[in-house]
Design a protein around this ligand. Structure first.
Ligand code: G6P
Length: 367
């Protein structure tokens, strides 16, 4: 067991550290002459760009990777994307036709609800594309097209490296689709792709923030409840940060779109309640900072995660985690590991079974 963990105390920590290699293995074979290229995976972008509507459906962490996909595909490729939870999508009589593209995301490739959605999409004649980690899994076998993520086996129930590679595939797809669609030019596509190619180094740098993350964890460990807030891509990321924390620390937490706080959730804020604010998107930073001030004025303890170029005034946050800089679109890949590490250290401090949290299974093959 110790040997399998490669010197790390838990599989989760080992897998967090495997992320630079997992991203490199997933991304680099799909960059050809500086451009994203999914043709070897059987993906024809000229066809893909003509689908009426893109759906991304999955469960748990994989669904959160889909949320990042939605933001980047819509932003860059200007195609409408609907993201849904598999167990909701299949029972809501969804409006999906043969002119649509269904993307399902699954680490295991065996999740029953995700599988059911794939079959439903095939029944109506929609094109299906699966983003899967386990080679030869049921979902991979049934989808029309498969893009494999190369994370290697993920043992820890709380997913980390699988999420990271799922979002890296979302970027490859978004960039290539945007170029095919003519919504970004070749220069911009190459620039974004080059940045994606450099993400393994950026992620490695973010792993060095582990002491800060462990310190932040010591501030969360006695909390009864906390909030994650963000806007846009930062909101998508907050959802995953919050899920990670509750899965393994058993502390109740919610992710909220920062601008929506004042419409209800702000009433939950009491003296000392931790709020983790993710703010990596320059256009939105001022708005998020004003939301931070609102919670701070009501006694919240604010932990701000932002990139190192962003200037925040004195006293805005109690603690700041500064991320290395990359293209704004790619910031979720820079912020993901610190969020995972915060959850990890909180769970360790609570003395929980980090790799096998209560009541959860790695793969859910029943409805
Ligand atoms: C389970 C796991 C989650 C995972 C979800 C989807 O609930 O505990 O970590 O995100 O299933 O799994 P999949 O294998 O389809 O990505």
């Amino acid at each position: 067991d110790a040997a399998e963990k490669g010197g790390y105390e838990h599989f989760m920590l080992k897998e967090i550290h495997e992320q630079p290699a997992a991203v490199r293995d997933t991304v680099s074979p799909r960059i050809i002459n500086g451009m994203p290229d999914l043709s070897q995976d059987g993906v024809d972008m000229q066809k893909l760009k003509d689908y009426r509507q893109i759906f991304i459906v999955a469960c748990g962490t994989a669904m959160h990777a889909g949320m990042v996909g939605k933001y980047v595909i819509e932003k860059l490729a200007r195609k409408p994307v609907i993201v849904d939870i598999a167990s909701e999508f299949r029972y809501r009589d969804p409006i999906i036709t043969k002119d649509d593209l269904m993307i399902v995301i699954s680490q295991s490739g065996e999740t029953a609800d995700t599988m059911a959605v794939l079959r439903l999409a095939k029944e109506v004649g929609a094109a299906t594309l699966a983003v899967v980690n386990v080679v030869g899994s049921s979902i991979a076998r049934e989808a029309d097209m498969v893009i494999y993520t190369h994370a290697g086996p993920e043992i820890s129930v709380a997913s980390t490296k699988a999420y990271m590679v799922q979002i890296s595939v979302m970027y490859l797809l978004a960039f290539e689709l945007a170029y095919a669609n003519g919504t970004i030019d070749k220069e911009r596509c190459m620039e974004l792709t080059a940045q994606l190619g450099q993400m393994p180094d950026i992620i490695r740098e973010t792993l060095e923030l582990k002491d800060t993350c462990s310190f932040v964890a010591s501030k969360l460990v006695n909390a009864e409840s906390l909030l994650y807030i963000g806007r846009g891509l930062d909101y998508a990321l907050s959802m995953e940060g919050s899920l990670k924390l509750k899965e393994i620390s058993y502390i109740h937490s919610e992710s909220y779109a920062a601008g929506e706080l004042k419409h209800g959730t702000i009433s939950l804020i009491t003296e000392g309640m931790p709020v983790i604010a993710v703010a990596t998107q320059k256009k939105l930073i001022e708005k998020t900072v004003s939301n931070i001030r609102e919670v701070k004025a009501r006694g919240a303890m604010v932990i701000l995660i932002c990139d190192n170029s962003i200037e925040v005034g004195e006293g805005v946050a109690d603690y700041i985690i500064r991320l290395p800089q990359t293209d704004e679109q790619l910031m979720p890949m820079a912020a993901a590991a610190p969020l995972q590490l915060i959850a990890y250290y909180t769970s360790v401090l609570k003395g929980n079974d980090v790799d096998k949290p209560r009541n959860l299974a790695k793969s859910v093959t029943v409805e």
